[in-house]
Design a protein around this ligand. Sequence first.
Ligand code: SAM
Length: 307
Amino acid sequence: MNRAENNRTLTLNEDEIIRYTGLCPCTYESENSIIHGDVFDVLKTIPAGIVDLLIVDPPYNLSKIYGQQTFKKMNDEEYSSFSYRWLDAVKHTLKPNASVYVCSDWQTSIFVGKILGEFFTVQNRITWQREKGRGAVHNWKNAMEDIWFATVSPKFTFNVNDVKMRRRVLAPYKIDGEPKDWTKTSGGNFRDTFPSNFWDDISIPYWSMPENTDHPTQKPEKLFAKLILASSNAGEIILDPFAGSGTSAVVAKKLGRKFIAIEREAEYCAYAQKRLENAKSTPGIQGYVDGVFWERNTLAAQKKAMI
Ligand SMILES: C[S@@+](CC[C@H](N)C(=O)[O-])C[C@H]1O[C@@H](n2cnc3c(N)ncnc32)[C@H](O)[C@@H]1O
């Protein structure tokens, strides 16, 4: 494949895939590892009660090729029983104060929220507005995903001050001539706000972003950074049983957390290892600067104004 000159997608040749996959154990040995294997086998090897935060991005109920295997669309009953199966297999790993996030699209969201509620206490549903594709001709373009938030018990971590969002102030209100809760800068007027459960500030990884790989359903680092900062503390353990290209592991590493990631495709395990290696020299997360998440396009405007 001939890629554009400025395409920054991470790619690996056959030798690299073999070398990086060789770094992955097939069962749980210690934290901070990408485990190459089937989720239902590997989860049996993870000790009970060690995980602080579970992030699950399972295959949605669509026929999709993941590396060497195809996930085949199921009927609703089969997809529900697949969800029960992995939830049942993962629950022993969680601490009593752990949090759980599960990604879904509009079709699987209907089941996922309900089933999750049978295992844990559902706290919220985040809707992520993500632009992708050129649109559907005979239907509304699908541009959202849900991320269900649940906890094992009423006692859980929620670091709201670590996930504030810096927004442009459209109507800058003043009292006695002084800004009311906003700051004037050369790049515009901004306010740091508490985040809501509607996220419209995160794009999917694009070919021009160094975090991008050829994984077909890769999540953005900025998205998982919010989950990890809000629902875990430095040094705690994040488990991702359907890790794909390793986004959760990479973000965990960048934010000083530990990770356990499981993926059955060798190529994706290799992407994850390479991304972890790259994180040493490029520890930043696009859109997260100075401890705040920037609204789309505002950071660029701010930087331009400062030149
Ligand atoms: C939606 S993708 C996850 C993408 C990931 N969040 C990322 O940012 O790259 C789901 C992943 O689950 C993997 N998978 C599916 N069934 C699996 C199984 N039984 N065991 C382990 N991995 C599996 C697929 O290969 C795929 O990479």
